[in-house]
Design a protein around this ligand. Structure first.
Ligand code: COI
Length: 375
């Protein structure tokens, strides 16, 4: 399968690094590929960024059959551009597709699509440390119908956004409300899939927490509301008596790629790691006896984010980050790998070669339309 390229006649200037924020600006191009039962996946293409025309009966809009991913490309000091853990994100995207009854896109096509899109939008990769080009692969159902069923046709697209910090406060410690009423995900539900429904389920709790002065919520298990699961949109880690502890994956928790990176580094550094249930009662006891040393969240968007307070049962458990914290060590090591400052002995980095120029020439004639294909 060859990916065609049509370049945008206009290019937007890259905003100043300090103004980027998260997901506010978009690169000039996007990747698209269609699926239908007759043709399978077909027509992969990089085209100018554009809006979609959608029928009001589009299945995604009604029943939420949609998945996404989030990964980043980094500009290194030598000017090269490199994507972090692309293959892991592809594998997770395919698992989400399976859970949402969607057709699996070919992993190699997606891998080529990431590299080609980033190459075409190379000028949108910001250079400052702490910034990146965030890629958002997304798949939506495209049948127009009101019966509840899996769609027969789909659109896969990838957009790219030059980003800075996810949180406006940067790496300042967050105040977290332990959420005991609402649940993010249940056993047998969608929690492990990267799908809009999980984020929709989180909005009201986050809104109420913010109105009370908190930054986010700590999600507990839906059955007993006693076990820590995730923090906001991130995986959660605790340092308890010098052991790195994180809740186990079991269907309700997202299998975070940054979570995997943290665990891999800890194991290499000889830090004991436990993936096991973490009860709020255990955290309170550890807090009281001084063994709750650190709490932090991990995710692609914010990387590693320190938790400064857990508010639980009318009590603020305030966590003072120690000097030389593990959180800082993980943040520094992951960032150093992402920005090419230390060698990538894990095979997490995909360099983005300059491939698009010849490609565009060769393939433009093969394009079936003007690039503004309908959703
Ligand atoms: C991430 O941490 O990468 C996330 O999943 C957050 C994203 C939905 C903005």
């Amino acid at each position: 399968m060859t990916i065609s390229v049509v370049r945008s006649p206009q290019t937007k200037p890259l905003p100043d690094s300090k103004d980027l924020g998260f997901g506010r600006y978009f690169a000039d191009h996007m990747f698209l590929m269609n699926y239908d039962e007759q043709n399978g996946w077909h027509d992969p293409r990089v085209v100018p960024y554009h809006s979609f025309n959608m029928d009001p009966a589009n299945l995604t809009l009604h029943y939420g059959q949609t998945i996404f991913e989030g990964l980043k490309a980094f500009r290194w000091q030598d000017g090269s551009v490199n994507i972090f853990r692309a293959k892991d994100h592809i594998e997770r995207f395919r698992r989400s597709a399976e859970r949402l009854c969607m057709p699996l896109p070919d992993a190699d096509v997606l891998f080529e699509a990431f590299k080609l899109l980033v190459d075409v939008d190379r000028n949108s990769v910001p250079a400052q440390r702490g910034t990146a080009l965030y890629l958002r692969p997304t798949m939506i159902a495209t049948d127009d119908a009101l019966g509840v069923r899996p769609s027969g046709s789909y659109l896969l697209y990838i957009i790219a956004s030059p980003v800075g910090s996810y949180y406006t406060k940067g790496l300042a410690p967050t105040r977290i409300l332990v959420e005991e009423r609402f649940s993010r995900a249940t056993i047998g539900g969608l929690g492990e899939a990267k799908t809009g429904a999980n984020y929709a389920a989180s909005l009201l709790a986050a809104k109420e927490a913010k109105s009370r002065g908190f930054d986010q919520v700590l999600w507990l298990d839906a059955k007993t509301h006693s076990l820590a699961e995730e923090v906001g949109t991130m995986n959660i880690f605790f340092v308890l008596n010098n052991v790195l502890v994180t809740p186990p994956l079991g269907g309700t928790i997202l299998d975070g790629i940054t979570r995997r990176s943290v665990i891999a580094l800890a194991e290499e550094w000889g830090i004991p790691v436990e993936e096991r249930p973490v009860a709020m009662s255990e955290l309170v006891t550890a807090y009281d006896n001084g063994t709750l040393q650190e709490v932090f969240g991990s995710g692609t968007a914010a990387v590693i984010s320190p938790v400064g307070e857990l508010f639980y049962h009318d009590r603020a458990l305030t966590i003072e980050e120690p000097a030389n914290s593990l959180r800082e060590r993980f943040y520094n090591a992951i960032s150093a790998i992402q920005y090419g400052e230390i060698p990538d002995y894990h095979g997490w980095i995909t360099p983005v070669p300059a491939i698009a120029n010849g490609h565009a020439k060769e393939l433009e004639t093969a394009l079936p339309d003007d690039g503004t294909a309908q959703a």
